[in-house]
Design a protein around this ligand. Structure first.
Ligand code: HXC
Length: 258
């Protein structure tokens, strides 16, 4: 499918989605978010794809929702159409792992999009921020919730209330990103992580994603019970037999997603 605002490449078992509105620093307008939602849905439905990577340009992952598109909208416009709700749901619902590869600005909705992914690999030039306060609004696709869970109330409040940006080193220290790599190697590193994930049993991969995400939604004891039942359930798979015998035989496992 030909897209106007994103570029999608399927490289072996990985769908690499590049946000591509260079003139607007990849600002998220409804076309881009619609295309992104469609590309994620297609990748999820494509049996060949086992992991997704979302990236932007070296200067900007995404500088937020498109202010030009939003400026004249009324409450009724955004409420009745549930602005961005449908597109975001499609990304949040994806069961396959999604890595955000972030370089440059990840601001407002751009920061929230990165936080929506399963983990973030950042370049040393990455800058995260929730500057919606400067526009007289607040985050709208999860920033006040996800950032707070990651960095705690104090830092999240400061970022949302002052609009200050966090650099890559602070983001790594604060647990926002899994690691920081040189800008030139960002996509290569993200693709390498995605390819590593693609080699695993997909059944176990889906279970990991479900179990970790459960920790946001439930109590500790319920989350641990859910994890244990998934662990038990995986003993019903051929991949568990293969993984454990390969370890004992000192060879690489050949997972078959069965
Ligand atoms: C529309 C944007 C944009 C945005 C940048 N541009 N961010 N257009 N929406 N969010 C456009 C600029 O208007 C400009 O276009 C071009 O991209 C280059 O930007 P400059 O400002 O000239 O670049 P620079 O001086 O390097 O500054 C970079 C920047 C700044 C610090 C990232 O652009 C900036 O502050 N952007 C806005 C960030 C922001 O407030 N994001 C939150 C948005 S609200 P022209 O045509 O003038 O050359 C939001 C709500 C989320 O995200 C809730 C639900 C999704």
């Amino acid at each position: 499918m030909a897209y106007k605002t994103i570029i999608v490449e399927i490289d072996d078992h990985v769908a690499l989605i590049r946000l591509n509105r260079p003139d607007a620093l990849n600002a998220l307008n409804s076309t881009l978010l619609g295309e992104l939602a469609q590309a994620v849905t297609e990748a999820e439905g494509n049996d060949k794809v086992r992991c997704l990577v979302i990236t932007g340009s070296e200067k900007a992952f995404a500088a937020g929702a498109d202010v030009k598109e939003m400026a004249e909208k009324s409450f009724v416009d955004v409420f009745v159409t549930d602005l961005f709700g449908r597109q975001v749901n499609a990304i949040e619902r994806c069961r396959k792992p999604i890595i955000a590869a972030v370089s440059g600005y990840a601001l407002g909705g751009g920061c929230e999009l990165a936080l929506m992914c399963d983990f973030i690999i950042a370049s040393d030039s990455a800058k995260f921020g929730q500057p919606e306060i400067n526009l007289g609004v607040v985050a709208g696709i999860g920033g006040t919730q996800r950032l707070t869970r990651l960095v705690g109330k104090s830092k999240s409040m400061e970022m949302h209330l002052t609009g200050r940006f966090m650099d890559a080193q602070e983001a790594e220290r604060s647990g926002v990103v899994s690691r920081v790599v040189p800008a030139k190697k960002l996509v290569e590193e993200a693709m390498s992580a995605a390819n590593k994930i693609a080699e695993k049993s997909q059944i176990a991969t889906l279970a990991v994603k479900e179990a970790v995400n459960r920790s946001y939604e439930t109590t500790l004891s319920e989350g641990i019970l859910h994890e244990r039942r998934l662990f038990h359930a995986l003993f019903a798979t051929e991949d568990q037999k293969e993984g454990m015998s390969a370890f004992l035989d000192k060879r690489e496992p050949q997972f078959r997603d069965k």
